[in-house]
Design a protein around this ligand. Structure first.
Ligand SMILES: [Zn+2]
Length: 227
């Protein structure tokens, strides 16, 4: 079934496209929301220019054209949650306190995920890993950022995001090692948890059958773990 959430219609009737705008990180920055309708930004500019040229009372079209950036931002806000990887993008926008993301950021992230970024490990880095890593490393990234400021390296927000992405790429090997250790710890925790349940059940059984006295638990523990 077609995903209607991932498409908006362009209201401009004369455009050469099929009037549908697929929502993705390449199109999201070039959609205008005006009067509750969406337009390709080029179509919107055409629509404004036609109004300006054809009508005497054309102030409305002049105003619309001069505020195009506002309408683009409005479209972005309304549509961003419909595009793929929204959770990650939302996290980045919140963390760096920006309303929109630069196209460079989308492009770089996608190249990391699909493995086409120069120098990236074969097969790329899975989005889930990269997202998780970013959340776990926020404190460390902030520290690096502070150090950079002290050194006089001032960056724009987009530059900071791109810088942090590079830092995260470099940390991926150690993240994988950490993940491996976590899996072992988790497996041990599950094993201990299962053992505890087994022990509790065993104590209950033995008590019910009067096999052990109440204070004889340590002997029982040894019994079970020695198996
Ligand atoms: Zn259009």
């Amino acid at each position: 079934m077609e995903d209607r959430k991932a498409i908006v219609k362009c209201k401009y009737k004369k455009c050469n496209c099929n009037n549908e705008i697929p929502l993705n990180e390449n199109t999201i920055n070039n959609i205008v929301r005006y009067g509750n309708a969406y337009y390709h930004s080029d179509c919107f500019i055409n629509w404004c220019n036609e109004g300006i040229n054809h009508f005497k009372a054309n102030q409305k079209y002049k105003d619309a054209l001069s505020s195009i950036e506002v309408y683009k931002e409005d479209a972005y806000k309304h549509l961003i949650n419909r595009i793929e990887n929204y959770d990650l993008y939302k996290f980045i926008m919140d963390r760096y306190d920006v309303k929109t993301l630069d196209t460079y950021v989308y492009v770089k992230l996608n190249r990391i995920f699909n493995g086409t970024l120069e120098g990236i490990r074969e097969g790329g880095i899975p989005k889930e890993h990269f997202f998780d890593m970013w959340k776990r490393k926020t404190h460390q990234l902030d520290k690096i950022h502070q150090q950079n400021i002290v050194k006089g390296k001032n960056m724009t927000t987009t530059q900071t995001i791109m810088y942090d992405i590079s830092v995260l790429i470099n940390k991926y090997d150690s993240y994988l090692k950490w993940l491996e250790r976590e899996k072992i710890i988790q497996a041990e925790a599950n094993y201990n948890n299962a053992s505890t349940k087994l022990l509790t059940r065993e104590i209950k059984n033995r008590r019910e059958n009067n096999i052990v006295e109440k204070d004889d638990i340590s002997t029982l523990v040894n019994d079970i773990f020695d198996d």
